[in-house]
Design a binder for this molecule. Structure first.
Ligand code: PEP
Length: 249
């Protein structure tokens, strides 16, 4: 079933002490909400954050994982390692990982398979670059990112997938896609899914928008019918701002 989700991606921010401070500030802000709330600390802080929020309405998720089960992959973390510290959900395909660590649709397809093999939930990120949008290619870029990484899957597995449309030109730039641009792309994404998997999978798919979402613009973006929540970067590092976004639903 389609859900409302607001997920905070902390990226490479917050050491242990800062993580503890942010968790205690987040706890002061928690209210009953229509949206599922997730936070993604760095690998080193996953276990601590999981333990510290065990009794709260917050799911702790990972920012990345490797596709292999184990082995000679220095610096990497596997699905079973994440699960062993209580993590059920992983963000895959963030544009920073695609840009700085050469993640491709092909390597992401393998990560998707590995996460699903461990019955994990995936927040799968994709989105066009500024040059693609300027050239009017945003739909074809997004369509191929989705098809290449996900269209080998069975329809049933989509219950474990959340999509996150994140136009690269809007991430960390202060420039947000307009609510209309977000809605148009989310409707296109749903249509793309429907063409392969039918309307039940498409209608049930939770599609998040990410890219400079702030308390000031969240309500308008989340008000669009095909936008089911947000993946939040910068604004997730301040408890008050993050919960103002959560409460925009
Ligand atoms: C992100 O990194 O996923 C993101 C959306 O960042 P920001 O909100 O800072 O643009």
């Amino acid at each position: 079933m389609r859900k409302h989700i607001v997920a905070g991606n902390w990226k490479m921010n917050n050491d242990l002490a800062q993580t503890e401070t942010l968790i205690s500030e987040l706890k002061k802000q928690i209210k009953t909400s229509d949206a599922e709330v997730m936070i993604a600390p760095s690998f080193t802080n996953l276990w601590h954050t999981f333990e510290a929020t065990r009794n709260d309405d917050i799911e702790v998720v990972a920012q990345n994982m490797h596709f292999a089960e184990n082995g000679a992959y220095t610096g990497e973390v596997s699905a079973s390692m994440l699960k062993s510290v209580g993590i059920q959900t992983v963000i895959l395909g963030h544009s920073e990982r695609r840009a700085y660590y050469n993640e491709t649709d092909e390597s992401l397809a393998k990560k998707v398979d590995a996460a699903l093999a461990h019955d994990m939930r995936i927040i799968f990120c994709f989105g066009e670059e500024l040059a693609d949008r300027k050239a009017g290619n945003e739909e074809s870029v997004v369509e191929s990112q989705i098809k290449n990484a996900l269209f080998h899957l069975e329809a049933l597995t989509f219950k474990n997938i959340v999509l996150a449309y994140e136009p690269v030109w809007a991430i960390g730039t202060g420039e947000t896609a307009s609510p209309e641009q977000a809605q148009d792309m989310h409707a296109f994404i749903r249509k793309t899914l429907e063409s392969k998997y039918g309307n039940v999978v498409a209608d049930d798919m939770t599609i998040l928008y990410g890219g400079s979402v702030k308390p000031a613009n969240a309500k308008e973006i989340f008000g669009k019918p095909d936008v089911d929540g947000g993946l939040i970067g910068g604004a997730a590092l301040k408890a008050e701002d993050f919960y103002a976004i959560v409460n925009a639903f």
